[in-house]
Design a protein around this ligand. Structure first.
Ligand SMILES: Cc1cc2nc3c(=O)[nH]c(=O)nc-3n(C[C@H](O)[C@H](O)[C@H](O)COP(=O)(O)OP(=O)(O)OC[C@H]3O[C@@H](n4cnc5c(N)ncnc54)[C@H](O)[C@@H]3O)c2cc1C
Length: 391
């Protein structure tokens, strides 16, 4: 103990290195970014929020792109905004707090980020400006009927044949597939799992019938029947390709966590407002301790998940991004459920924002790797390295 005190005193004696900030506050630029995103969301997305009914908010996407909010953390040389992942999260949070459906469009920068991180120069030039400027979206196609959590059991095969690659197999549950121009597709090569970029018009590609999920959104199957793509569309293959892909996925997990936080914030804002106004027993329901504690718990959970997401965005390691995604997935289900409870019977009725947010939130414990799988990864890291031992 003396040793610890001694060293901390000597650190203090060094004067200029002492700071009481591990700064949890946004910088002036980040605060401006947040307020700009909030203003844009309030002015442009508030009126149509909760009216999309499972449809893709195309008009809002165009608007986001025109305002420079699309691909904000992609490198500027490929048409992106050159901001940090953390800054992208801040924007996503403000947009989702007003309109979660519109914020889901911002999570679509996940696949282009993977191309930016591990793709060839040619693929970056081909796909990233098209995403940022023209809204050419890239879906992520991993899940198969027999390979969900167990991604390594996927069966879609890719065979290199001279200057082309032939893909056979299929995928399920693909989000936003009907509006995607390309699919970042996990496939098995002779030498292990890798990924290819399959354009929608490729010969042998077919979009299947959609399943409709609990929130009313369509999730499609994809079929590859001798599907031919140019060999240059191989994103990665060979030794360590799977490891590279999973690592590049960490940023996607941060975006997913931030979207969940934004859904929770949206539900929380509605619930607080209602608790201020709704009267029963001659008092505002917000005056009852039962409701007050519910609101306090909701806020504490949101704040904890939000900080984990910010931390992960600053350093998207496997441990931090899996922790953030697992925490946010569990948090958003509980917070939206409590928000619905605060609205009583009204919240349970179709067309009420609380019931939609609850249905939307439920998918967050499953999509992009379940909460259980995220916890497996967290535990694996902890058992190998311990917690906070990486410094
Ligand atoms: C809203 C939504 C959007 C989606 N979008 C896409 C998309 O765009 N692209 C895409 O490729 N996929 C997408 N998916 C699919 C999603 O990634 C899978 O559903 C998910 O990975 C789980 O796979 P599974 O459904 O086959 O469940 P399974 O893997 O069969 O799991 C069933 C249950 O067992 C648990 N489980 C499995 N293995 C373990 C383990 N080792 N330890 C503990 N528990 C375990 C799971 O957590 C789950 O509770 C989406 C899913 C949803 C709900």
């Amino acid at each position: 103990m003396a040793l610890v005190l001694g060293s901390s005193r000597s650190i203090r004696d060094r004067g200029e290195r002492v700071s009481n900030a591990m700064d949890f506050r946004p910088t002036a630029e980040q605060a401006l970014l947040k307020s700009t995103a909030r203003k844009l969301a309030e002015e442009c997305f508030r009126a149509s929020a909760f009216k999309w009914k499972g449809e893709y908010p195309q008009a809002n996407e165009k608007f986001l792109r025109e305002q420079g909010f699309y691909g904000v953390s992609l490198p500027q040389e490929y048409g992106g905004g050159g901001l940090t992942l953390l800054e992208e999260l801040l924007i996503l949070e403000e947009v989702g707090r007003v309109c979660p459906d519109t914020a889901s469009l911002l999570t679509l920068s996940g696949p282009p980020r993977i191309i930016a991180e591990i793709g060839s120069e040619r693929l970056k030039r081909k796909y990233l400006p098209a995403f940022c400027h023209d809204g050419q979206k890239i879906g992520i196609a991993i899940s198969e009927a027999e390979a969900g959590s167990a991604v390594t059991e996927l069966r879609s095969k890719a065979r290199v044949d001279g200057s082309k690659v032939v893909v056979d197999g299929g995928k399920i549950f693909i989000s936003h597939a009907e509006v995607c121009a390309t699919f970042l597709t996990f496939v098995k090569f002779d030498d292990g799992i890798g990924a290819v970029l399959i354009d929608r018009g490729a010969p042998g590609f077919q979009l299947g019938k959609p399943d409709i999920n609990m929130a009313g959104h369509r999730q499609h199957s994809l079929f590859f029947d001798g599907c031919e793509i140019p060999a240059e569309n191989i994103l990665t293959h060979g030794k360590d390709a799977f490891k590279r892909l999973i690592q590049a996925f960490n940023a996607e997990r941060c975006l997913s966590a931030a979207w969940a936080v934004s859904i929770a914030l949206c539900a929380f804002d509605f619930a607080v407002e209602y608790a201020r106004q709704r009267k029963q027993f001659g008092r505002r329901i917000g005056d009852f301790q039962g409701i007050q504690w519910m609101l306090a718990e909701m806020a504490m959970k949101i704040e904890a998940a939000r900080l984990l997401a910010y931390q992960a965005a600053m350093e998207p390691t496997r441990l931090k991004s899996s922790m953030a995604k697992a925490m946010a997935g569990e948090m958003v289900e509980k917070v939206t459920s409590d928000a619905l409870q605060i609205f009583g019977g009204y919240g349970y009725m179709r067309e009420h924002p609380a019931e939609y947010l609850y249905r939307l939130a439920r998918g967050r414990r499953i999509a992009g790797g379940t909460v259980e799988v995220q916890k497996n990864m967290v535990a694996d890291e902890l058992l190998r390295k311990g917690l906070n031992r990486e410094e």
